[in-house]
Design a protein around this ligand. Structure first.
Ligand SMILES: C[S@@+](CC[C@H](N)C(=O)[O-])C[C@H]1O[C@@H](n2cnc3c(N)ncnc32)[C@H](O)[C@@H]1O
Length: 268
């Protein structure tokens, strides 16, 4: 339960999420824009009713509206602050939980759950809700991260180092549901698998400030949430380590695995 409170704090504004998105965009290659990949995979005709669950600040709905203004778009998120930031986007937004969707059975042609299921307390309940609000043969699009690559990504190494310094533990996200185990959460009587795409990207950070920004966006994912003073001390400590690595090796390597899964609703 405490981990839910920490996650909520991280999304109390879009700041941390925007930092992670910007660093990923700047550093990771090949350039893969998951928002555009999801849009492409939807193969929209232009009139569909679409729900984005855990919509964040609404960027994918904004993108869909630009491309397909005839679609009817809905977004929900538990974060009031995120929903407030969707102002101006042509969609209906509500503060709500994936585990209790405020829509009737068989409402949507498409439901999107983009990089959010790992934050939900009861993933199976959320998937049942998504199944419920989909029309028969409606499609569920899920995106997730892969299990962090311990040998290649040094982000894990630095996150562990921060944890040790502050005496906090990082909340497991990708360890709960990821591109490798996601199908153990899927009820095969409810969903049929249609498509699966996996992405692997990597990059080298040469600027310690950028890496520190990225690492600092995970602050609230440590439990208990570190005090500001302890957090600053920890970041200072690892800054020395990062600077040394950049001086001797030229950069810090980061990798990211992710996946996009399309499922079709079975049943009414
Ligand atoms: C990593 S962000 C992804 C946001 C957006 N889908 C994207 O891809 O940019 C996860 C989002 O899920 C939301 N979230 C977490 N738990 C949730 C829940 N139980 N129900 C609905 N939204 C939730 C968070 O508030 C946050 O906005």
């Amino acid at each position: 339960m405490n981990s839910i409170i920490s996650v909520r704090k991280n999304y109390d504004s879009s700041r941390a999420l925007r930092i992670r998105k910007n660093v990923n965009k700047k550093i990771l290659r090949p350039k893969i824009n998951i928002k555009k990949q999801v849009y492409k995979s939807l193969e929209l005709k232009g009139q569909e009713k679409i729900l984005d669950v855990g919509c964040g600040f609404g960027d994918i709905l904004e993108y869909i509206h630009e491309k397909r203004p005839g679609c009817k778009l809905y977004g929900i998120d538990t974060s009031r602050a995120m929903i407030a930031e969707t102002r101006g986007i042509k969609a209906i937004f509500k503060v709500a939980d994936a585990q209790k969707l405020p829509f009737k059975q068989s409402t949507f042609d498409i439901v999107i759950a983009k990089h959010m299921l790992y934050h939900v307390a009861n993933i199976k309940v959320a998937l049942n809700e998504m199944h419920k609000v989909l029309k028969p043969k409606g499609r569920l699009v899920i995106t997730l991260n892969g299990v962090p690559d311990k040998t290649q990504s040094q982000i894990e190494y630095y996150r562990k180092m921060i944890g040790k310094i502050i005496g906090s533990r990082l909340i497991p996200t990708s360890a709960r549901i990821n591109t490798e185990n996601y199908d153990t959460f899927i009820d095969n009587a409810k969903f049929r698998k249609i498509k699966e795409i996996k992405f692997y990207t990597y990059g080298n950070i040469k600027n310690s400030g950028l890496l520190l920004d990225y690492l600092s966006s995970f602050k609230e994912f440590f439990m208990p949430i570190p005090k500001d003073e302890d957090w600053r001390k920890a970041l200072n400590e690892i800054k020395n380590n990062i600077d040394k690595q950049i001086q001797t090796k030229g950069s810090v390597r980061i990798t990211r695995k992710s996946g996009l899964f399309i499922l079709e609703k079975i049943g009414g």
